[in-house]
Design a protein around this ligand. Structure first.
Ligand SMILES: [Fe+2]
Ligand SMILES: [Fe+2]
Length: 204
């Protein structure tokens, strides 16, 4: 999701003496336990992708053209699906607080960079394009974490953030067990204990 020209977060409070300008100021505070929010899910995806970016940066210098192609294909899969979720779920929900997107968007630049690396027939050229695209991806992630996700967490009501989080889980095939437990706990006669299901070994 591109962030060119977007306004920066307004919060500058401190926590334990540390600057927290990246922390959102929630306009819709709520205290009870809740499901996963869309920004939490997307931040988690960033966190899971950073080690993969590290690994590719470490292995690319010694990789041949075929190996570079494999690395690029992996990135196309994970970054492409991540960008699609942001474009399809998050951007429409917060469009009112964002300036019009600048074309090409960051997502388009990253996709084009990977495609050009994959199309390259020269090892050194493919390697340079791959590493340049990873650098662009890191910068893009940082912009989202310090601007776009902050806006979403601040402006969207928690229920909307969780609804989008549930849609994210459906798209990713992630089971939100906490939702199931809450529904069970609310059922008449339920003892509020989480269900235990023995596995094939008889353990729970
Ligand atoms: Fe993005
Ligand atoms: Fe992202």
């Amino acid at each position: 999701m591109g962030t060119e020209g977007r306004r920066q977060p307004e919060s500058n409070t401190t926590v334990a003496g540390r600057a927290t300008s990246a922390l959102p100021v929630a306009k819709h505070p709520r205290t009870e336990a809740a499901g996963i929010k869309i920004t939490q899910a997307l931040l988690g995806e960033h966190g899971a992708m950073y080690p993969m970016l590290d690994l590719i940066e470490q292995t690319a210098p010694c990789a041949d053209l075929s190996a570079i192609g494999t690395l690029v294909a992996c990135l196309q899969s994970i970054l492409g699906s991540h960008a699609a979720i942001e474009d399809d779920l998050l951007r429409p929900a917060i469009q009112a607080w964002l300036p019009p997107p600048i074309n090409p968007t960051d997502h388009q630049v990253i996709a084009a960079g990977l495609a050009s690396a994959l199309a390259s027939t020269e090892t050194e050229e493919a390697r340079c394009r791959l590493l340049a695209t990873i650098a662009k991806t890191r910068a893009h992630f940082l912009k989202e974490e310090t601007s776009i996700f902050v806006i979403a967490a601040r402006e969207l009501p928690p229920e909307e953030q969780e609804k989008l989080g549930a849609e994210w889980a459906g798209l990713r095939g992630v089971s939100l067990a906490e939702n199931l437990l809450r529904k069970l706990a609310a059922m008449p006669g339920h003892n509020n204990e989480p269900p235990t299901q023995p596995d094939a070994c008889g353990t729970v």
